[in-house]
Design a protein around this ligand. Structure first.
Ligand code: NAD
Length: 458
């Protein structure tokens, strides 16, 4: 007897083969229906995520739902353009002919989500997959269990399982899903699990997008506008209690301004009033992460915060100063509200610290000198980032979002999302009224001379 997973996959294969996802009109209708379903159930979505880790309506809307709505609206309005056949130049050797590239959906896709922005990281890949004409199975993260349940109910009650279906669960379900043959796997999560996903995908040569993590640095130069720098950095670090894949994991700050930087961070944190009691701050997702993050706090370096509350499941914004590359917090992605601040003497020292970690998902430089920014771009390889800001690049859907090396492969958002679930067919389209003999045998010196010329001119 087929398992539930096999049954769903079989249903999706049938549905996809029926051609039901091919019409652009149908795709737009599905996307609009998803938007309506989310809007109608917004209150349930807010309550579930609040119950899971005290994420407020404000943050749930601003960092999750608004982005999903934007993705849907953008896909609906731009789909005709994204999906159209695009003509390209035909080289001389192939004349007369026309050449074009035409996208087709990859087929049946598996999306595996992470827990930290559970709605956005599950639904944004779905929007991309649907817009590209795929059918999709989503496995959300099991950690925020109410959030996972509310998405499963909302989607499974509103959509044909052949088109879009949620299978909830943890390791056993994820493992069974990964053992099936998919046409695309889109994974968001840790680099460790990313390797498992990549290996499973390799068995069937399934294309993957891996949205992973890493230690994203922020380099603060003496030339920066310190007041704006600190304001933006503090917000980016402690948003979602530091549980953000592109949070500025640690800071490298010029020694000459380091003390002032720390003073300003203290004031900014105090102004922000991070507190679960007033819904300005979220909980740590679970006990395991509480313990993991708490173990990264070198007590002798705490200059702010440091309070770990296992009853409330919170860790206060914690600043470690002066930190060094050898500290516990510098040995792994922190993914929590603990912030090592490393003062540097020379830029060489600063770049040496960055080079110790794998290529990060994001990197940030705060500087008002073009030469400093140019050097940063030339020296550091990373997925995406910002100059004089942090995190906000994620909300520009014109910027493809993804990592490099250990922080991932492939990208999405906007048209790039559509691309990640599409196969681009390259077509040479030739009329039959002319067929020069030049490439055919028997070969001759004259033909050879012409072949050489044509290749040179092409
Ligand atoms: P995780 O890798 O533990 O889990 C992600 C998903 O994989 C979950 O759905 C989980 O159920 C599933 N999973 C866990 N073990 C598995 C296994 N052995 N086989 C198959 N599936 C398995 O990651 P997480 O804790 O949910 O998220 C934290 C990590 O994700 C951080 O490293 C963070 O930087 C990264 N992240 C990246 C992005 C991005 O967009 N690049 C976004 C959010 C989080």
């Amino acid at each position: 007897m087929p398992s539930k997973v096999e049954e769903v996959l079989e249903g999706q294969r049938k549905y996809y083969k029926s051609g039901a996802t091919r019409s652009l009109k149908a795709r737009k209708e599905i996307l609009r229906k998803l938007r309506r379903a989310l809007q109608t159930n917004e209150n349930k979505l807010y309550s579930a995520i609040y119950a899971d880790f005290k994420k407020s309506e404000f943050e749930t809307y601003a960092t999750e739902l608004a982005l999903v709505y934007h993705d849907i609206d953008e896909a609906v309005s731009k789909l005709d353009n994204w999906a159209r056949k695009k003509h390209v130049t035909t080289n001389l050797l192939n004349q007369p002919a026309s050449s074009y590239i035409v996208p087709e959906p990859l087929g049946v896709a598996l999306v595996i989500g992470a827990w930290n922005y559970p709605y956005y990281l599950s639904l944004a890949p779905i929007v991309a997959a649907i817009s590209a004409g795929c059918s999709v199975v989503l496995k959300p993260s099991e950690l925020p269990k109410r959030t996972s349940a509310v998405m499963a109910r909302l989607i499974n009650e509103n959509f044909d399982a052949g088109l879009l279906h949620v299978i909830e669960g943890g390791l056993p379900e994820a493992t069974e899903l990964l053992h099936q043959k998919w046409d695309k796997i889109f994974f968001t999560g840790s680099s460790t699990v990313g390797k498992i996903v990549y290996k499973a995908a390799a068995e069937n040569l399934t294309p993957v997008t891996l949205e992973l993590g890493g230690k994203s640095p922020a380099l603060v130069m003496a030339s920066c506008d310190l007041s704006v720098t600190v304001k933006r950095l503090v917000w980016a670090k402690f948003l979602n209690a530091g549980q953000t894949c592109i949070a500025p994991d640690y800071v490298l700050v010029d020694k000459r301004i380091a003390d002032e930087f720390i003073d300003r961070v203290k004031k900014e944190v105090s102004k922000a009033n991070y507190d679960t009691a007033n819904d300005n701050y979220v909980q740590i997702i679970n006990e395991r992460n509480m313990d993991r993050i708490a173990a990264l706090i070198s007590r002798n370096k705490v200059v702010l915060g440091g309070e770990v509350n296992n009853v409330l499941r919170t860790i206060q914004p914690t600043v470690l100063y002066p930190s060094s590359a050898d500290d516990a917090a510098m040995q792994e992605e922190i993914f929590g509200p603990v912030w090592p601040i490393i003062p540097y003497d020379t830029l060489e020292d600063a770049y040496a610290v960055i080079a110790k970690s794998d290529k990060p998902l994001a990197a940030y430089i705060y500087s008002n000198k073009k030469s400093e920014v140019d050097m940063f771009m030339a020296k550091v390889s990373f997925g995406g980032g910002a100059v004089n800001d942090a995190v906000m690049h994620i909300v520009n859907s014109h910027l493809p979002f993804g990592g490099v090396g250990a922080s991932g492969m492939g990208a999405y958002h906007g048209e790039e999302g559509f691309r990640s679930f599409s196969n681009y067919k390259s077509i040479l389209d030739k009329p039959t009224w002319l067929e020069p003999n030049i490439k055919y045998s028997p070969y001759s010196k004259t033909k050879f001379k012409w072949i050489k010329r044509l290749f040179q001119w092409s």
